[in-house]
Design a protein around this ligand. Structure first.
Ligand SMILES: Nc1ncnc2c1ncn2[C@@H]1O[C@H](COP(=O)(O)OP(=O)(O)OP(=O)(O)O)[C@@H](O)[C@H]1O
Length: 680
């Protein structure tokens, strides 16, 4: 398929422009077909029963056809592939058997067959088809290939799970484009994986619409986006934009300021939406003078009361603020037009618009419906106590208004040191002025950490589309975090969205879960820990040994190593690891050239990420969403103390303790947070 595409050179096009367009299309197509030789094209096969047509399909990452154009591998997202993921002996979906292939670095290492339907079709005296083990109807299907995939030592950045998506995950992945879904799940239950596979599914199932209108994947920070960035391209999808909330609102101004958590929380409160709306619409001025339009020798007028009536009429249509101004100009122009026509003047069809554009109409309307910019409005709101009080009405207390006001207001909006919460407010104002262009779908990861106003910013970008919202309320570590998904759905403007829960833990082994779950009653009493599906119970070690030797002891381990430290302890830990002669990368810092090997065959130097290093040093605030084969959590008490309050601190620690796939070492100075209950 690649060769065929490459042969279709741009020479086929008629003219130069056509050639350029074709070249761009071919380059895209080639990029989509580009393959990692280590990633096999198929991973499964389904055999239908004779009664269901008896056909056999290989299932793979993408559709592959032979030179004659006949399908050799069907795309995992095609409807025909659904039984591969969902068929069971209880519900065979027409399958006789399912085959799973095992690969190691692109080399086929084995396969296993699972009989789905009892081979009743096999006539007596004949044996089952070769390779198909006779089913024991009562035994749960066990797959060593699936188990090996789950147990495999983790290295490098996140990989896709396309070969082993579980039935309950598949239901979410294939939810329709019109459905907004919240996925609540304990650490390691596959939320991120499911969200990315849903993105890939929607890009496939609604290709034209989703590519045209856009797909956005929103993650908590840049290093997390580097961690997941290979997953969609490995599934053949290069058309999703991966971003963070700060990047999403960066167009409104430069992020330059910081502020107390209480103020940021207040600015993130949903009540601010009403305050901004009232502040904006309070700019309308009641007309006191008539509109006078000189035309030739005559002067046409719209009386002040009639102009007022026109304004009320326009406002009643609930337009965006800027569109309302245009509508008012046209409504007033229409009134003049009627007068001119009544006087017997014949007007052509452009007259209405021409009148609306005259300086007299423009200037008159500009007085009544003044131009407002987001920055000017927010600057005034945060500087002018009376203006804020009027806009706030009963929504904010006097103390809250006091907290919102700047101590030393910048002289101009341009001089304001906007904080992240401010930029999100500017985004809300921009949408009140002019409708934000919506996208087809948004996947929002770690969404529990978003404020109501941030959720609104995402919701308006999916106004005519839908969202996949991923998160875990127990891992909320921002002061403005959600405490309920029902409320979050309200803020997203999707009260009808569904909340699904994933409970099977694919990452964290049993002993490590049991340890981390001691924190749950303190951080999220209503939530249960994941149920580990890993067979290995994992290794858990509590120690007071020095950090350098601990990590040195793991340097020869097969999988990746993550050393999680309090943000404030990063410099010291860096010294410890360097002192122990270890090579490592730091999460959040773009790696230097010689820190990590090139990323895969043909990977350019700037393709490397910190996750290509064997050992990663991780500030606790960036641990969320990541996983490592071996994890060392240094100074748990320091991690808890690094947060503004104890609950947030314990949640941060819960996040850090749940990053390990194989082993967890907790390194402390002799005292552990009492909530870990290690006193016994
Ligand atoms: N069906 C599956 N088959 C194999 N591996 C899976 C499956 N589902 C999830 N995993 C693996 O489990 C690990 C955790 O997945 P993921 O990071 O998506 O979980 P999460 O719920 O987002 O975790 P967190 O709450 O910590 O962010 C990953 O290594 C992922 O590949």
């Amino acid at each position: 398929m690649r060769e065929r595409t490459a042969r279709l050179g741009p020479g086929m096009a008629g003219d130069r422009f056509g050639a350029e367009v074709l070249e761009a299309t071919l380059a895209r197509r080639l990029a989509q077909l580009a393959d990692d030789p280590e990633v096999p094209l198929f991973f499964g096969r389904i055999d239908h029963t004779a009664a269901s047509g008896g056909e056999t399909f290989h299932v793979g990452r993408r559709h592959v056809s032979d030179p004659a154009g006949d399908p050799m591998v069907v795309d995992w997202r095609a409807p025909v592939s659904v039984p591969f993921y969902r068929a069971s002996r209880a519900e065979p979906m027409g399958l006789a058997a399912r085959r799973r292939y095992g690969f190691a670095r692109g080399v086929l290492t084995g396969y296993e067959d699972e009989a789905i339907t009892m081979p009743t079709a096999t006539p007596p005296g004949e044996s089952a088809p070769p390779g198909i083990t006779s089913p024991d109807a009562d035994a749960p299907a066990h797959s060593t290939i699936l188990e090996a995939e789950i147990e495999r030592p983790r290295t490098g950045p996140m990989r896709d799970i396309v070969a082993t998506i579980q039935p309950e995950q598949d239901v979410i992945v294939r939810a329709g484009l019109d459905r907004t879904v919240v996925v609540q799940g304990a650490p390691g239950t596959g939320k991120t994986a499911v969200g990315l596979h849903r993105a890939a599914y929607l890009l496939y199932a609604h290709r034209e619409q989703v590519t045209r209108r856009g797909m956005l994947v929103v993650g908590p920070n840049r290093s997390f986006l580097r961690y997941i960035r290979d997953v969609l391209p490995a599934l053949g999808e290069i058309d999703a934009t991966q971003t963070t909330v700060p990047e999403l609102v960066a167009g409104h101004g430069r992020l330059r300021g910081d502020e107390p958590a209480a103020v940021a929380t207040l600015k993130g409160d949903a009540r601010m939406a009403g305050v901004l709306r009232r502040a904006l619409w309070s700019h309308l001025v009641e007309p006191s003078e008539p509109l006078v339009l000189p035309r030739g020798s005559r002067r046409w007028r719209v009386a002040a009361h009639a102009a007022r009536e026109a304004m009320v009429q326009v406002v009643g249509r609930d337009p965006r603020y800027d569109a309302g101004r245009e509508q008012l100009r046209h409504t007033l122009a229409h009134r003049i037009l009627l007068q001119i026509e009544a006087s017997g003047d014949a007007l052509d069809e452009t007259a209405w618009d021409r009148i609306a554009r005259t300086p007299a109409v423009r200037n008159y309307v500009a007085e009544l419906w003044p131009v407002v910019t987001p920055a000017k409005l927010l600057h005034r709101l945060l500087s002018d106590a009376d203006f804020l009080a009027a806009a706030a009405g009963d929504d904010l207390t006097a103390a809250e208004r006091e907290a919102l006001l700047w101590d030393r207001p910048p002289r101009t909006p341009g001089a304001a040191r906007w904080t992240l919460a401010d930029l999100v407010l500017l985004d809300e104002i921009a949408d009140l002025l002019d409708r934000t262009t919506p996208l087809a779908h948004i996947v929002a990861d770690e969404a529990q950490d978003l404020s109501a106003m941030m959720l609104r910013a995402l919701g308006r970008r999916a106004r005519t589309g839908s969202l996949t919202v991923l998160g875990d309320l127990a891992q909320a570590t921002t002061p403005w975090a959600s405490t309920s998904w029902t409320e979050a759905l309200e803020h997203l403007g999707r009260p009808d969205g569904h909340v699904e829960e994933l409970t099977a833990g694919f990452r964290v082994p049993g002993d490590v879960i049991d340890f981390a779950a001691r924190l749950l009653p303190h951080v999220a009493p209503d939530l249960a820990p994941p149920v580990a599906v890993r067979r290995s119970r994992g290794r858990l070690t509590l120690t007071t040994e020095e950090l350098g030797p601990i990590v040195a002891g793991l340097a020869g381990a097969e999988g990746s190593v993550g050393v999680i430290v309090p943000d404030g302890g990063l410099a010291a830990a860096r010294g410890d690891l360097t002192g122990a002669g270890l090579a490592f990368a730091v999460v959040g810092e773009e790696p230097a050239d010689d820190d990590v090997p090139p990323a895969g065959p043909g990977g350019a130097a700037d393709d490397r990420t910190e996750f290509d290093a064997h050992v990663d040093l991780v500030p606790a605030s960036l641990a969320k969403g990541l996983e490592f084969d071996h994890v060392v959590v240094a100074d748990p008490a320091g991690i808890v103390a690094g947060e503004p309050d104890r609950t947030t601190g314990l949640r941060r620690l819960y996040v850090c303790l749940t990053r390990a796939v194989t082993s967890l070492v907790v390194r402390h100075d002799g005292t552990l947070p009492p909530e870990l209950g290690t006193g016994d």
